[in-house]
Design a protein around this ligand. Structure first.
Ligand code: HEC
Length: 127
């Protein structure tokens, strides 16, 4: 494990609240429409953002198997290609990416467009 990953894991551990119950976005999040069409440019930007911000936990293919995942207590980083994540709406994923929970950091500081590009990238992995 690199020092950077170790530091990330420690930081995540401190902010982690006990969050064992199923993570549900509020009902109003479900219907938020994705304003960003899944163009190649949008997906490419999502991939770039994921490589910079998400793969340490979610893994290069989004399967939840990043280098930091092993050290995190449950709930583990989600497998973006799982049926559970497939079944969620774009709005729910956007809300969860924005708000975070436990070891999953909130990404509200990223522009909304970037967060939708991340949703489009996650969808592209599910095909
Ligand atoms: C420090 C580790 C970490 C990083 C970095 C991280 N995540 Fe997560 N992520 C998690 C964990 C842990 C969960 C499960 C949280 C839970 O269920 O309480 C999760 C869950 C998720 C979920 C699934 C929510 C659900 O249940 O439907 C999505 C989508 C997601 N992350 C997207 C992202 C994106 C996009 C990024 C980068 C911008 C990112 N994550 C960065 C740890 C991380």
């Amino acid at each position: 494990m690199t020092a950077a990953v170790a530091a990330l894991v420690v930081a995540a551990g401190i902010s982690a609240v006990s969050a064992q119950t199923e993570w549900k976005a509020p009902p109003e999040a479900k219907n938020i429409k994705n304003p960003q069409p899944p163009t190649p440019a949008s997906i490419a930007n999502g991939k770039k953002l994921a490589e910079a911000n998400c793969v340490s936990c979610h893994g290069p293919g989004g399967k939840g198997d990043g280098p930091a995942a092993a050290a995190l207590p449950p709930p583990k980083p989600a497998d973006w290609t799982s049926p559970k994540i497939k079944a969620e709406t774009d709005g729910e994923l956007f809300w969860k990416i924005s708000n975070g929970r436990g070891a999953m950091p909130p990404w509200k500081h990223l522009p909304e467009k970037d967060r939708w590009d991340l949703v489009n990238y996650i969808r592209s992995l599910q095909k």
